[in-house]
Each structure stands twice: as structure tokens, then as C-alpha cells.
Ligand binder design. Sequence first.
Ligand code: ADP
Length: 336
Amino acid sequence: MEKNQQQDIIKLIDNIKVGNSKISLLENNILLLPINIKPAAITIILQKNPSLELDYQEIIKKCETILSKKLPAKKINIILTAHDKNDRKLKNIDKIILVASGKGGVGKSTITANLAYVAAQSGLRIGIIDADIYGPSIHHLFDIKSDKPSLSDDKKIIPPMKYGIKIMSIGSMVEEGKAIIWRGPMLGKALNNLFYGTDWQELDILFVDMPPGTGDTYITMAKNFPIHSSIIVSTPQKLALIDVERSVDIFTKTNIKITGIIENMAYLTDDNGKTKNYIFGSGNVEQFSKENNIEYLGCLPIEAKLSANSDHGKFSIEDNKTAYQLCKNILNKFNH
Ligand code: ADP
């Protein structure tokens, strides 16, 4: 069924008319397969063919028109990935790194915050965007709840800073507790505002704390911004990995490099720290990494201090040597 649908869609959009001539998207390596077909949506990835001068906006429009007409019940997402991502590099931001997981509550925000903290402590210029529109928590983690951003002379938002980290959150732009039901274009606009409407000045790394799941934010991110790479966070349970697999899938389809997976809450140590209890099981994340050819970056235990410090917007290398070392190793992978 799925295979037939692929073929049907390919038939519809291959050989479309661009300018005065017909062009095969498949033969010219513009249409990437497989097409992602979901009951409610179809996501099509196109890439530029460097040896052909084409109007890609026209191609996108044509595909959209044809598909929405033939498949009116489905949302049509068309993503154009750049061949050379450096073409799209932002002038003032060296690397944009996404921290993602399939599931909420696995420690994604905690790990983003710790990575940013360790990077800033070692002298790097760091920013964070909390893109988790459904449960923004970075501003809580850094205890910057009441800091309202101010405006620069050229009307850009001056981001609040903590530990030298510039922090922007969708959470600081909306009233606390309000249910946010933003989709597609609105979400894209909000994210654009966070990226381009913020006075970041120069940054070595901008971390983006992604929402759980594989929804609109992922597609918007891949479409609009030059992403350097992504880090995936998982807990040890097999169930968590089912969701992680979906994140891997969308990163692969949107051509976003995966640096590796961090296993969080991997074990509990007894009081003197000598015995490790793998209460959620062990080995699943490592096995998943091997099977999917993704690097296993290491693990963090369940640590009361990590959680308590996060609750109070407090970070300390002394209190958390395991997290510090893991973050340091990961940052080395980005040559920092
Ligand atoms: P996510 O961003 O994936 O939703 P959070 O980072 O908000 O997850 O973490 C969820 C909760 O788990 C928070 O209360 C956080 O302090 C706690 N937590 C995260 N990692 C650990 C850990 N290694 N040990 C103990 N508590 C943790």
C-alpha cells in the first residue's frame, strides 16, 4: 500500500513543467526518496541540483498545487535542502546544534542547559533557543522567569543572560500557563523571530532545545535554518527508543547530521557511589546506536543533585562531575 502510494505521488510530480521545459525530478536527483507519507500529511524533500539552473520556488509551488488538488485531505510539506549547507550559514552564528528526543521528560532541556553551561564556562560564546513550544522550560532551568527582554537600537531583542549564556525562549514570549496551539506558519514565524529578531551578536554555538516528537518544528527548522548537527537524548527503556527512532527518521530525511545519542538516567548509584543499579534496563540505547550507525556519546546516571540544581536555576561543575565530563567530550566533537 505504502509502496503504491509512493509510486502514485512520484507519478504526479515527476516530469513537471518548469519555465518552458519539462523536467524529471527523479532523474535529475532533485526528488529524494522515500517520500514520507502519513495519514494526515506528506513530506517531500527536494534538493538542488548544482548543475541545473532552475527556479526551485516554482517547482515547490507546482508540486504543492498538484498534490493539494489530488490529495486534499493531506497537509503537504515540501522541504528544499541546500546542497552545501555552508551557503546558508548565518554570518554571526558559527554552529546551530539541535538537542532532541522523541519523548518529553527524558532530560533534553537539562542536557541542553548543561552543555551550554560547560561550553560557556570554557569561554565559548553561547546562546540557547528553547523551541519547545508545548512545554518551554529553559527559562525555568536558568531561573530567568521574570526577566523580560529589552530592545536594542535596531529593534532587536536583547536576550537575557545567565552564566554568560544568551537565552531566548518561546516561553518568554507567551503568557505562562496559556495553552499554545501554534502550527505551521505561526510556528515558523515565531522561530524566525527568535533566530533573526534577537541581538545575538557573535556566537560560537547556538543550542536549540527541540520539542518532543517530530512535528512542525523539525520541518520548519530544516527548511529555514542552517543546522550544523543534532544530539539525541534517550532514557534506557525500549519504549523511549520507539520515539527516538522517529526523531532519527526525520533527521535523516531532512539531511540533518546526527552527532550521537546520550543515554540519560541510565542508572542509580547507591549511597557511596560504588554500585550501579540499572533500574530501567541496560544496553538498549547502545544496541540501538549500533543498529542505526549512530555514535553512542555516553550516559548520565539519575542524580538527585542534577535535578535539584536544575529546579533552582543553579549549575555547578563541582556538584556534577559526570555531566561535566560528558558535556566536555561532546563539545570536543565540535572542535570546541
Ligand atoms: P525534557 O526536556 O526531556 O522534557 P527535562 O530536562 O525537563 O526533560 O527533565 C525532566 C525532569 O527530570 C526534570 O525535573 C529534571 O530535573 C529531571 N532530570 C533530568 N535528567 C536527570 C538526571 N540525570 N538525574 C535526575 N533527574 C534528572
